[in-house]
Design a protein around this ligand. Structure first.
Ligand code: UD1
Length: 430
């Protein structure tokens, strides 16, 4: 297995191109199951999760092709991919694939909407908490599907097609909202969703479905109305920039000091995070090409944060912000309200010299003057990258193991950081 070696201490200077959002690309790709026509997606990040989803969709009968490089494309430009589900050849998503990537469970909605049946493995345990699918199944039932669980599989059927219905989410769920959008757009009649997630990735999926011919109102607000249509057609859609990747590099610059433009980042998608970084002592400004983050001279100030659904501070940036706070001048409290057990990075940050204690859903971080490099590893993607951020400011060498977590969600991470002056390299596994 590959590892990443980082020697800390350099400030970051330069430009980091922000890739298309993983969390938008995945549901957009899954939406290709809704139409026999071709869905073309631009700005698709080159990530292990995207490749895995291509394989999963291929099992269901989706043809996939990717455009070759065009003159003028930079190495960092995202892929343009074409997905065509002319015939759905298999409506079963097996355990060995779904267990590798939780989001692939979402195929249940378009398979059911288009063919009237779907058999999808339960995603199983996950490193950041129990992450049930009860609310996703609630959506399918509300639209008239019969849903059973047998031998670890969810078997959903709607012999005469899905019917519009009313859905009220008791808590905000991104996956549940994606499921509702994809299931309802081919249902007969109108569906009303209350308590919907307002995340930009939901808005992006709704925009793409609308281009395919769906009738959706209110995406980006807690109330969404979907008027079912009988079929969807072809579309071309560019994946929105990754606000989590941008926020991660913004934390890295705040950590190391320096001056970096996050090219293509959209500040309005990450305002809460940017405001917190400004409180922590970074300067943040919008530029024509993206977001500029600098920190020169001034130290890192402690800031309390609590994760919340959009537009609040994202849980997917919690670990990275905690890494930053390990070097703040004082104590900060970081509260995780979305996932229980999303603190696995705490122990590993401690290996680098961080002082963090846990009180229920809150981590109390006592900033330290220095971190020291050490071998570390992490159990999920955002936790892994928090170790990278800490390592960039630690004295000496850090080896980050289990790099496959990073490859799931960060495109060319070591190259983007090295281009800005970090000492970072990938060590190929044996
Ligand atoms: C998505 C993101 C993930 C992000 C999360 C929250 C993708 C691929 N993943 O995950 O990176 O951290 O949103 O912003 O887009 N819940 C239930 N029952 C359900 C579904 C969810 O109780 O049926 C709970 C979860 O356990 C969690 C909360 O709802 O406590 C939010 O989860 P959800 O928004 O659904 O996360 P995902 O869509 O899985």
């Amino acid at each position: 297995m590959d590892r990443i070696r980082i020697v800390g201490g350099n400030s970051l200077q330069g430009t980091i191109p922000i890739s298309g959002a993983k969390n938008a690309a995945l549901p957009l790709m899954i939406a290709s199951l809704l139409t026999p026509k071709t869905l073309t997606l631009e700005n698709v990040p080159r990530l292990a999760d995207v490749s895995l989803l291509v394989r999963i969709l291929g099992n269901h009968g989706v043809d996939y092709s990717v455009d070759g490089k065009r003159v003028g494309d930079t190495q960092m430009a995202g892929n343009t991919i074409h997905l065509s589900a002319a015939d759905i050849v298999d409506t079963t998503a097996p355990y060995d694939l779904v267990s590798k990537m939780r989001a692939s469970f979402w195929v249940i909605a378009p398979l059911l909407a288009r063919t009237g049946k779907a058999t999808v493995s339960l995603p199983g345990g996950c490193a950041i908490g129990t992450r049930p699918v009860d609310l996703l199944l609630m959506v399918l039932k509300a639209l008239g599907a019969k849903v059973e669980i047998d031998s670890g599989y969810v078997i959903a059927e709607a012999g005469r097609g899905l019917r519009g219905g009313e859905i009220e989410f008791p808590k905000v769920t991104v996956g549940g909202t994606h499921t509702a959008l994809m299931a309802a757009c081919l249902a007969e009649g109108t569906t009303l969703v209350r308590g919907a997630a307002c995340e930009p990735e939901v808005v992006d999926l709704a925009a793409c479905l609308t281009k395919m011919g769906a009738r959706i109102r209110g995406a980006g607000t807690p109330t969404i109305e979907i008027e079912g249509v009988t079929s969807l057609g072809p579309a071309r859609h560019a994946v929105l920039p990754d606000r989590i990747e941008a926020g991660t590099y913004a934390c890295a610059v705040a950590m190391t000091g320096g001056d970096v433009v996050l090219e293509g980042a959209r500040p309005e998608l990450m305002q809460t995070g940017l405001d917190l970084l400004a409180k922590a002592g970074a300067q943040v400004s919008s530029t024509n090409s993206g977001v500029r983050v600098t920190r020169n001279g001034a130290g890192i100030l402690p800031v309390d944060v609590e994760t919340a659904p959009f537009p609040g501070f994202p849980t997917d940036l919690q670990a990275q912000f905690m890494a930053l706070m390990t070097r703040a001048a004082g104590r900060s409290r970081i509260t995780e309200t979305i996932f229980e057990n999303r603190f696995m990075h705490v122990q590993e940050l401690a290996r680098l010299g961080a002082q963090i204690s846990l009180e229920g859903d809150t981590a109390i971080v006592e900033g330290v003057a220095r971190l020291r490099g050490a071998p570390v590893m992490a159990t999920d993607l955002r936790a892994s990258v928090s170790l990278v951020i800490a390592a960039l400011a630690a004295e000496g060498e850090t080896i980050v193991n289990r790099v496959y977590h990073l490859d799931r969600g960060f495109e060319r991470l070591e190259q983007k950081l090295a281009d800005c002056g970090a000492t970072v390299e990938r060590l190929a596994g044996s």
